[in-house]
Design a binder for this molecule. Structure first.
Ligand SMILES: Nc1nc2c(c(=O)[nH]1)N[C@H]1C(S)=C(S)[C@@H](COP(=O)(O)OP(=O)(O)OC[C@H]3O[C@@H](n4cnc5c(=O)[nH]c(N)nc54)[C@H](O)[C@@H]3O)O[C@H]1N2
Ligand SMILES: Nc1nc2c(c(=O)[nH]1)N[C@H]1C(S)=C(S)[C@@H](COP(=O)(O)OP(=O)(O)OC[C@H]3O[C@@H](n4cnc5c(=O)[nH]c(N)nc54)[C@H](O)[C@@H]3O)O[C@H]1N2
Ligand code: SF4
Ligand SMILES: [Mo]
Length: 750
């Protein structure tokens, strides 16, 4: 077999950095950064070298498994793919006959695999119910950008090669920084979440090329480095954004020309923000009014500037959409939209020609009557079919704006799905397929999710490892990792580049890639004509055809393409919104029955909105700040990572801890009205005395027994066990649930 070096792309996270995979006699012997992949250019993170440990890990799933004991009992028999797929297809057809296609729901995770294939299957099958953390991570943001200015605003690029990734980093990348004067690091901690991005900020900052404003309740490295650090009360970001708008409008720091020509609703906004003086917002956010005012001025006066938004904007519950709307408007009225060094929009050149996800998903095949059945659309109308259809329509005829795909902006809100599963209302949901998601760990209200999954007639999980979620399944299917499949990303329309890597090795044992699953299942339920491509390689040959390449040629000749930066495209085409302008007053939101202007609302649980609750649960709890050694619930069994961070931690103010009898490094209970879990205390004098923060969500213990009731220690330290996803506490437009709440903390008695 000999030696080979394969040009692969990493998919431990959605940045898709280039990797050189050295193979000897069929074995992977070395994985290193590829200096020639144009997005990463050799700049990778510490996860890449763990690829071999991950790939050959003894606990990786090797064969399809079928449950033989009670659900959760941990009794399995080995089965074949053929048999598993036949049986799943048969069961789905039965359930469809009995309850309608909508009885099947699918859960996807954060981007790690090809979810358009799942959408394609679901749209053809006839169910509108896909759930995803996308509702509280990026997909909402993407859709809100689309509603406000018709396309997603990402970093403009004028460097020879773009570097970027999803989410916060796409709005803030180093290749833009040569012109950028100011970066606002908002609810974003890139040293842990995107180390590669952090390195570039730090460099620019240390060279005095950018000003940094950091908005975070914790003193993160970005807060330490910042010119201004605003330590706000969690979830009051919306109020802060309104105060910035107040200062920028009152002091006339906005781009008058742009506002007059290219926005609608400015005068209404001017009225609205009058209420939000820095003094008033200082009281709401627990931050100094003078600092709030100064930060707004620095942002508005350092042109061009970028808002590097982290995921927290998506996770504050009730006020999330309106807060994100306010940041969109900040960007627009300060003249930072679609300018070099600011944030550019849309796709260009060959990037725009590759067949996009929104074509691959076959959304047009889902009949109108099935769209109407999507759970939650009576209440959460924006990130579901009603809003999705409006977003699809408005992009028509605007070449740089790509229409959204179903798996991006058409998501059933999770809290509604769990309730439908448990109650059978408004209709029975009897089957769930989870792929690339650890449902029991990522979602809040874990007890409810558990009950929902236990109630099903069919639960299929496709994953790398046996997880707590997989323990409850009827079928557990072994997934191919990124060494075992071609990785091409991103062609969803959110980023103006595409990078491609080849399959480095054939899958070990009986692992298959996720595409195989959907195709084979599709063929078995009568969708055969819609799945012409046998392998992922065939799929990408098809998708690259418009630019004249096969996948193999693309990988070896191009490796990646970067759309040439084109700025102020709106001057030619207008914005892809109903009014062709930036919609400060949003017609889409108005038509959907929501407030067309941004505003602030207190979180459902807070010292202000629930003072009674605060008597018993006096501390504000915010969760999930990333730890570099893990990726959500992943890597807990990867020794080289786990050794660096063996146990779950909670950050707590030193004085608060002393008063509560809590010692550094000791176990504490974190209790809310919903339940309690334990973590180790990490004392910190910079935290607000009334705020605690639990690091990296998704804790389970693969070393512990998996069968019920233990489920790999699911109930012990998983913070989502104590958080509440009551729809009344969610964002009213998207159904986004809060990853925050109120709690009390006390020592665990040995
Ligand atoms: N409390 C709290 N909870 C949070 C957050 C928070 O900040 N606080 N953050 C939320 C956010 S932003 C997100 S994005 C979600 C993430 O939620 P998820 O994306 O569901 O993340 P994981 O829990 O890691 O589950 C992913 C599972 O998929 C498997 N997997 C990985 N890659 C593949 C693949 O290619 N194919 C298949 N079949 N399986 C694969 C992994 O082994 C793992 O078991 O969590 C959310 N949960
Ligand atoms: N190592 C690692 N990297 C990851 C992931 C991972 O699980 N592990 N997940 C990936 C994914 S899918 C995502 S979405 C990104 C997320 O990565 P980031 O966007 O960086 O998000 P977090 O690390 O959750 O939180 C960022 C900061 O927000 C602060 N914060 C908490 N509450 C609030 C609040 O109410 N307001 C404000 N302004 N700040 C607040 C926290 O203290 C924290 O420092 O990371 C990606 N990268
Ligand atoms: S940043 Fe993401 S894609 Fe790049 S090496 Fe690290 S885990 Fe892999
Ligand atoms: Mo995320």
């Amino acid at each position: 077999m000999g030696k080979a070096v394969k040009l692969a792309n990493c998919m431990f996270c959605h940045r898709n950095c280039g990797a050189l995979v050295h193979i000897e006699d069929g074995q992977v012997i070395k994985v290193e950064a590829d200096p020639n992949q144009p997005m990463s250019r050799g700049n990778v993170c510490h996860k890449l070298p763990t690829a071999i440990e991950f790939h050959y890990h003894a606990d990786r799933l090797k064969h399809p498994l079928k449950r033989i004991g009670d659900r959760g009992e941990g009794k399995w028999e080995r089965t074949t793919w053929e048999q598993a797929l036949d049986e799943i297809a048969e069961k789905l057809s039965q359930l469809k006959k009995r309850y309608g296609a909508e009885t099947l729901a699918m859960g996807r995770g954060t981007y790690r695999t090809y979810y358009w294939a799942a959408s394609r299957f679901l749209n053809l099958f006839g169910t509108p119910n896909m759930v995803s953390p996308g509702t509280i991570c990026f997909c909402n943001t993407w859709a809100i950008h689309q509603a406000t200015y018709g396309a997603y605003a990402m970093p403009s690029s004028h460097a020879p090669a773009i570097k970027g990734g999803t989410h916060a980093e796409t709005r803030s990348h180093e290749s833009l920084l040569p012109k950028t004067k100011c970066v606002v690091i908002w609810g974003f901690n890139p040293i842990e979440s995107y180390p590669v991005v952090w390195r570039s900020y730090l460099k620019q900052k240390r060279e005095n090329r950018i000003k940094v404003i950091t908005i975070d309740p914790r003193r993160t490295p970005a807060a330490k480095e910042a010119d201004i650090w605003l330590r706000i009360r969690p979830c009051t970001d919306g109020a802060l954004a309104m105060a910035w708008l107040n200062v920028i409008i009152e002091e006339e720091l906005y781009d008058r020309d742009f506002v007059e020509k290219w926005t609608i609703g400015f005068d209404e906004l001017k009225e609205r923000v009058k209420n939000y003086t820095p003094e008033k917002v200082g009281e709401i956010t627990w931050e100094d009014a003078g600092k709030i005012r100064e930060a707004a001025r620095v942002y508005a006066e350092s042109k061009p500037a970028q808002l590097a938004m982290g995921v927290k904007q998506d996770q504050i519950g009730r006020n999330s959409t309106q807060f994100i709307r306010a940041t969109c408007i900040l960007r627009a009225i300060t003249g930072n939209l679609d300018v070099p060094g600011g944030e550019s929009m849309g796709l260009s050149g060959d990037v725009a020609k590759v067949v996009p996800d929104c074509e691959m998903d076959l959304h047009e095949m889902l009949p109108p009557e099935q769209r109407k059945k999507q759970l939650g659309t009576d209440r959460f109308r924006f990130l579901t079919w009603p809003g999705h259809e409006m977003l699809l329509n408005q992009t028509k005829g605007v070449p740089y704006a790509s229409p959204p795909s179903t798996e991006y902006s058409c998501l059933t809100p999770q809290p509604v799905l769990w309730r439908a599963m448990v109650t059978g209302k408004p209709y029975p949901v009897r089957a769930f397929i989870a792929q690339g998601t650890n449902t029991l760990l990522q979602a809040t209200s874990t007890k409810l999710v558990y009950k929902a999954l236990k109630s099903l007639e069919l639960l299929v999980v496709m994953d790398y490892f046996m997880t707590p979620t997989a323990m409850l399944a009827d079928y557990v299917l072994p997934a191919a990792d990124w060494l075992e499949r071609p990785i091409v990303g991103p062609i969803g329309g959110s980023r103006n580049y595409i990078v491609a890597g080849e399959r480095a090795v054939e899958p070990e044992y009986e692992r298959q890639d996720d595409y195989y699953f959907w195709r084979e299942l599709g063929v078995r339920v009568g969708q055969g004509e819609h799945w012409p491509w046998k392998t992922l390689e065939d799929v990408f040959d098809y998708r690259f055809k418009p630019i004249g390449y096969s996948l193999e040629e693309f990988v070896h000749k191009m490796r990646g393409i970067v759309g040439s930066p084109e700025f102020r495209k709106y001057e030619t085409y207008g914005f892809a919104t109903p009014s062709k302008k930036v919609e400060i007053h949003s017609k889409i939101f108005e038509e959907l029955g929501y407030d067309p202007l941004p505003d602030y609302e207190e979180p459902a649980d807070s010292p202000v909105s629930t003072p009674e609750l605060a008597k018993d649960y006096p501390l504000i709890l915010t969760t999930g700040g990333r730890v570099r050694y893990f990726y959500h619930s992943e890597f807990r069994q990867i020794k080289s990572m786990r050794n660096q961070h063996p146990e779950p931690l909670i950050d707590i103010n030193t004085d608060t801890a002393r008063k509560l009898g809590i010692m550094d490094g000791k176990w504490v209970w974190i209790e809310t009205p919903v339940g309690r879990v334990k973590k180790k205390a990490k004392l910190n004098s910079h935290m607000d005395p009334k705020v605690v923060h639990t690091q990296q969500h998704g804790w389970w213990f693969p070393e512990e027994p998996g069968e019920e009731p233990n489920l790999f220690g699911l109930w012990k330290s998983n913070i989502n066990v104590v958080l509440d996803d009551d729809p009344d506490k969610c964002d009213p437009m998207t159904g986004g649930w809060p990853f925050m709440g109120m709690c009390r903390v006390y020592p665990v008695k040995e």
